[in-house]
Write a protein that binds this ligand. Structure first.
Ligand SMILES: NC(=O)C1=CN([C@@H]2O[C@H](COP(=O)(O)OP(=O)(O)OC[C@H]3O[C@@H](n4cnc5c(N)ncnc54)[C@H](OP(=O)(O)O)[C@@H]3O)[C@@H](O)[C@H]2O)C=CC1
Ligand SMILES: CCCCCC(=O)/C=C/[C@H]1[C@H](O)CC(=O)[C@@H]1CCCCCCC(=O)O
Length: 327
């Protein structure tokens, strides 16, 4: 039997290109050793961090990442046939494990689809929950949110609404705009490709906003901090996808003075820091899902061979909600 894997053959330079990632086959043994299990990918995650994080690796290597996998052969009593697990086993269709790297779903999923464990009830959902938590949102606060139709942003905006926050959201297409406005109920939604985001924020909140959740970085980070936060304003710096494909680092003037003079609180987040608290957050968010208070969308790419297209799609705004691959 053969498995497939996506191999990063060289570092990305600028936009990811087809020649950077190669689909390869590998042999799987006919027999397992005692204690081993053979797993087959069910759903795989593609995430923006994979682009900058790859810089810390030495190609060639199997692309890293999380998947939901099913035990299809076993010589390990702890993992009977059909067991479903979460694992950081990378972009592989099949792999052999001794069990130490396999995690069960850590909360009661109920009727919620399994794939949500890679999105709203997985790493991106936890990022939204804890990243928003850092802002300590209060009823009536105004929140500036970019990347608002993505895996993280769509959940940040909805949780913020549950807290009574006024959400000023930016997305990159009219389909995303319609979803955020009409289904998710964000207060103000704009396609940043059709408006000047800074002028737009100024019109809605001439006196500034209390909160900023930054998924995009770059010009957004600089402009919002310089122009659109009130005194004691707070920002969660979650991501900077605008810069992930940059060949050289951009430098900005004088943002620091605004942080100082307006006494802003700017905090970064690495969601793994909160890992012990994830199950509690997922239980709460799953209840919101069951109650219809939290809506979830996925962009599902069909087939393991489409991993690369799914990943590249993140950088051209192809996905609405969480991008995942169904193996
Ligand atoms: N700090 C942490 O622990 C974590 C941080 N993150 C970060 O959160 C952010 C969102 O991640 P996630 O929700 O998974 O991804 P998304 O589901 O939001 O997908 C990426 C989206 O980013 C937008 N985008 C892509 N390129 C650009 C660009 N050049 N300028 C502006 N927008 C762009 C596109 O939406 P559009 O069409 O609207 O432009 C695209 O659909 C990322 O920056 C990611 O790195 C994610 C998880 C954990
Ligand atoms: C590497 C750039 C990260 C950009 C922001 C982001 O998307 C972070 C995602 C994290 C998510 O928890 C899954 C991960 O493993 C990502 C973290 C990647 C490594 C960060 C290293 C931070 C450190 O030096 O401790």
């Amino acid at each position: 039997m053969k498995g497939k894997q996506w191999v990063l053959v060289k570092h990305f330079e600028g936009e990811p290109k087809d020649e950077d990632l190669q689909l390869q086959e590998f042999d799987l043994p006919d027999e397992l050793n005692d204690g081993e299990v053979l797993l087959e990918a069910v759903y795989l995650s593609v995430d923006p961090y994979m682009r900058p994080y790859s810089k810390t690796k030495n190609p060639p290597l199997t692309m890293f990442g999380e998947q939901i996998a099913k035990v299809i052969k076993t010589k390990n009593g702890e993992f009977p046939l059909g067991t479903v697990v979460l694992t950081m086993s990378g972009w592989r269709s099949h792999f052999i494990s001794k069990g130490q790297d396999l995690r069960p779903v850590s909360f009661d999923l109920g009727n919620t689809p399994l794939s949500y464990c890679l999105g709203t009830l997985g790493m991106p959902g936890a990022t939204a929950y804890f990243g928003l938590g850092l802002l300590q949102p209060k009823k009536g606060d105004k929140l500036i949110l970019n990347g608002a139709a993505g895996a993280v942003g769509s959940i940040v905006g909805q949780l913020a609404k549950i807290h009574g926050v006024e959400v000023i959201a930016f997305v990159g297409s009219d389909d995303k705009l319609n979803w955020c406005k009409n289904e998710l109920g964000f207060d103000h939604v704009f396609n940043y490709k059709n408006v000047n985001f800074s002028e737009t924020i100024k019109k809605i909140a001439p006196d500034g906003c209390e909160l900023f959740f930054d998924n995009v970085g770059g010009d957004w980070y600089h402009s919002v901090i310089n122009k659109h936060l009130k005194r004691y304003g707070k920002a969660t710096i979650c991501g900077s996808i605008e810069n992930y494909n940059d060949k050289t680092e951009k430098l900005y003037p004088a943002t620091n003075y605004k942080i100082l003079s307006l006494e802003l609180k700017i905090q970064g987040i690495i969601v793994n820091t909160f890992i012990k608290e994830w199950p509690k957050a997922f239980t709460e968010m799953n209840q919101y899902i069951q109650d219809g208070k939290l809506k979830v969308k996925e962009t599902v790419y069909d087939g393991f061979d489409n991993m690369r297209s799914a990943f590249y799609g993140l950088f051209i705004g192809e996905n609405i909600g969480k991008a995942i691959v169904k193996a």
